[in-house]
Design a protein. Structure first.
Length: 202
């Protein structure tokens, strides 16, 4: 009688262990982690030329820069800072000044030299991000030999043209002018673009 009880207890214990001894692949399937979805790395910021061409706010500035042969400056690896006026900034100019800036001369359709002077007044051959202007008043030399004053003590920052002897004046014949507000900053692989709400006329 005692032997039968021990045998029955042993059989019950073995039955309780059996579910844990099932070979792999039998019974319920084991849960696995979901497969990861492949993703591509984020695209690079692009060059200054690419960022200008892709932003509809700069269609006029981008077109004028291309016509003046300045786009090549913005496609390489050399660092540049571009103070880019929006289309709204160009449209706010007096009609006579806008016509002089966008007019062409000669059979090749070259940009008026005065227009080129205005375009190059917006470009510096170094990288000047917001941080380099913040909290102080700075001067920047442009690629045409002109000077810009950036007031980083204001919010938003402002930029204006300084008179420089020997630098061609703009179509309006003004020695200095074109105070503008820096609205935002766009980074590029070869420099930075400052979005401004005015045209800087030397």
């Amino acid at each position: 009688m005692i032997m039968n009880r021990r045998l029955a207890a042993g059989l019950l214990a073995g039955a309780a262990v059996l579910p844990f001894l099932r070979p792999p692949g039998s019974g319920a399937r084991a849960q696995t982690a979901p497969m990861a979805t492949p993703t591509s790395p984020p695209p690079g910021p692009g060059t200054i030329a690419q960022r200008l061409a892709a932003d509809t706010r700069f269609s006029r500035f981008s077109t004028l820069s291309h016509t003046a042969g300045l786009t090549g400056r913005y496609t390489g690896t050399a660092p540049y800072t571009v103070f880019a006026p929006t289309d709204a900034a160009f449209n706010s100019l007096p009609a006579s000044l806008l016509q002089a800036l966008t007019g062409t001369t000669g059979p090749a359709g070259a940009v008026d030299p005065r227009g080129s002077a205005v375009l190059t007044q917006h470009v510096a051959a170094q990288t000047f991000p917001f941080a380099s202007f913040n909290g102080k008043v700075s001067e920047v030399t442009t690629v045409n030999g002109g000077k810009l004053r950036i007031d980083g003590t204001k919010s938003p920052m402002t930029v204006e043209v300084l008179p420089v002897a020997g630098v061609m004046s703009g179509p309006g014949g003004r020695a200095a002018g074109g105070l503008a507000t820096i609205e935002s900053e766009i980074t590029a692989s070869n420099g930075v673009i400052h979005v401004i709400n005015g045209v800087l006329v030397p």
